[in-house]
Each structure stands twice: as structure tokens, then as C-alpha cells.
Design a protein around this ligand. Sequence first.
Ligand SMILES: Nc1nc2c(ncn2[C@@H]2O[C@H](COP(=O)(O)OP(=O)(O)OP(=O)(O)O)[C@@H](O)[C@H]2O)c(=O)[nH]1
Ligand SMILES: [Mg+2]
Length: 390
Amino acid sequence: MNQTTKPTAVIILPTYNEKNNIKKLIPALFDKVLPKVKNWRFKILVVDDNSPDGTADQVRKLQAKYQNLDLLTGQKQGLGKAYHKGMDWAVKTYQPDVLIQMDADLSHDPALIPQILDKLENGCDVVIGNRYIKGGAIPADWSLKRKFLSFCGNFVASLMLFNWSVRDWTSGYKAIKTAVFQDIKDEMNKKRFNGYTWQIALVNKAIQHNYKIGFVPLKFTDRRIGQSKLGSEYIFNTLFYLIIDVVKNPPRFYRFALIGFFGFLVNFFGLAFFSQLIKANWADLSVGVRNTIANSIAAELSIISNFILNNLWTFGDRKLIAAKDIIPQFVKFNLSSFATGILIPSLVIGLGTSIFGDQYRQLILVLVIVVFTVPANYFIYNKFIWKDKK
Ligand SMILES: Nc1nc2c(ncn2[C@@H]2O[C@H](COP(=O)(O)OP(=O)(O)OP(=O)(O)O)[C@@H](O)[C@H]2O)c(=O)[nH]1
Ligand SMILES: [Mg+2]
């Protein structure tokens, strides 16, 4: 950020029929909150979509008192579109350092702005007002249905994007550095982000571009004046976006899981193939010896295929290229695959069946793979085989 002059933050308020809320919010910002933040300059930009209630006229009246207040008007094309338009205009007009987006319906406490800016000054690129971290809250009187929908929405987003740190994907209270917006604005300029999908997509894209996300606890209050604009468009469009994004940019864990499953198939069909092959050529080998040899070859083939595919795809961004890097890591990969995939499960199955009985054999195998082998491998690959060198 520019050190010689004060950095600039633009607070963008999208409005659709918020005349009576904006009347309170803008004075609260200009008179109470912003004067306390001495090291920043502020602009407020209202993006109104020709609200029939006369929100724009209300803003024009306020402009007589507040010089740093601007108004952008246009056709109603949805919340995301209003943000995109507003941010784009703000960047061109003020060359700000930071863009802050907040609802105009008084649900977002303006008093959090100093804390949000503090986080940005201390290394975060995006800061989210988060209702689901310590100190944050949703209104106590939310119905069970609304709480459930909010919980499910966040759970589904976290699961599909395989990121458990964000917790409040749909929060509309956010600040982003201008550089982040510049970086993702073309990707965000799509019809599918015109509505409320904007909220999740903006955070997701910032994460995909490796920006640092920070959080400030938000005690969310329900609007007292006016009506919510949230509709079912939100659920379907957002779900559609999540599905498209998972297919287009599968999170690392899903790539790892998919390749692991492919490795299992190599082992499974390899066992049958090599068992038949050995039988045809060395008919006098005992069945036990034959299948031990067959499975050893099939298991090693699956290890090799796992290594190659993980190197190319799951960890494509940390790809091992030189032989001097590949060889030692491949040896480690073999040793860890043996430990996590063969040795430890075999010991646990032995111990488990001796305690609980033979009838639990297959169940124990599945449990060990899900609870131990999969997470252990993912951890080892990340920390030891394809270390993040950044
Ligand atoms: N310019 C513009 N603003 C919009 C549009 N849709 C919603 N908004 C504004 O975006 C903010 C959030 O909308 P709300 O309807 O309060 O939605 P919400 O806060 O997610 O949902 P609730 O908790 O039900 O209020 C408010 O300031 C709205 O006026 C739109 O299409 N265009
Ligand atoms: Mg609201």
C-alpha cells in the first residue's frame, strides 16, 4: 500500500429499495465510524439499481452533506452485477487500495471497519465478516429452517471446495485489496455471478489465486426495515456454480482421492491378470505363492501409477521433474505406501480380529483405510513427497 499518502478504501453499498436504511447507514459511517480511522481515506459508493422507492434521490440528498459520497445507477441485473459494476467503476475513478462491500440494510455493523482494515494492513488480501467464528453470531430468533439452510449451505460449499477454514462462504461483508479484484475481475464478469453466487465465487477465486484470507467476527443482525431480496435463484445458481467449479478445478484432495481409487482398480484387476498369467506359465506353483507374487506385482504397479499421476495432476503445481528429485521421492513414496497401505492395516486387522472376532475382518479393513490410510497418505504426500516450497 502507498506509504507516503493515506491509502484509500471505497465502501460499496448495493441498494435495491433501501431508502430508509441508507438514510441511517451513510451518516453512521461518515459521522461515527470513519472519523475514528485516521490513517485511511474513504469514499462511499452506492450502486442503486433504479430502486422504485427513491433510494437514489435519498442518496442525492445526502451528497449535499457528504462530499465523499458517490452514486452509480442502472438497470437491475442482480447483486453480483451491482458489485462488479461498482468495483470496476470505483477502481477506475479513485484508484483505491481496498474495496469494502457491505449490505445497506444495517445487518452489517459498520463499527467493524477499523478491525477489517487492520487485518488488511497486516498481510491479509481478503477479509470476511464471519458469523461462524468465535465472537460472531447469527440472530437468536432465526427459525430452525433458516439456521439449517445456512448451516447446510456452508457445509456443502466447504465440502465441495474442500476448504474448512472459511466457514462463512455467503457473508456479504468483505474487504478485498484492489489487486485481488484486478486479478479476478474478468473471471467474475460472468452471468452466473450476477446474483448472490458472487459471494461464494469471490472468496473461492481469491483462494484459487493463493490470496490470504482473514476473518473478523460478525454479529449479524436481521434487517428491521425493507424486504430481503434473497430468493431460490441463490440456492440453484450457487449449487450449479459449485458443481461446475469442482469439475473444472477439482480440489487437491479430490484429485488425490480419484487417483487413489484408480490405483485400487489397477491393484484389483492386476491381481486377477497376473494370477492368471502365472497360472498359465507356472502351473505347478501353489495357489498361495502364485497370488502373493501376483498381488505384489499388481500393488507395485498401482504404486507406480499413483506416483506418476499424483506427480502430474494432484501435485502438478509442485511437480518433480529432475531424476535427482524423482528417485528419492519415489523411494519414500514406496516406503510410505508399504507402511500405510500394507503393514499398518495388516497389523490392525490382526489385532482387531483377535479382539473382536473374525467376522469384523472386512469392516476393520474399510475403517483402517478410511480413518487412517487415506488421511495419512494425504498428509505424507503434502509434507514429505510433494512439499510446498513456498
Ligand atoms: N444494486 C442492487 N442491490 C441489491 C440487489 N439485490 C440485493 N441488493 C442489495 O444487497 C444487499 C443485500 O441484500 P438482502 O436482500 O438484504 O440480502 P441478504 O442480506 O443476503 O439477505 P437477508 O438476510 O434476508 O436480508 C442489500 O443492501 C440489498 O439492497 C440488486 O439486484 N441490485
Ligand atoms: Mg440483508
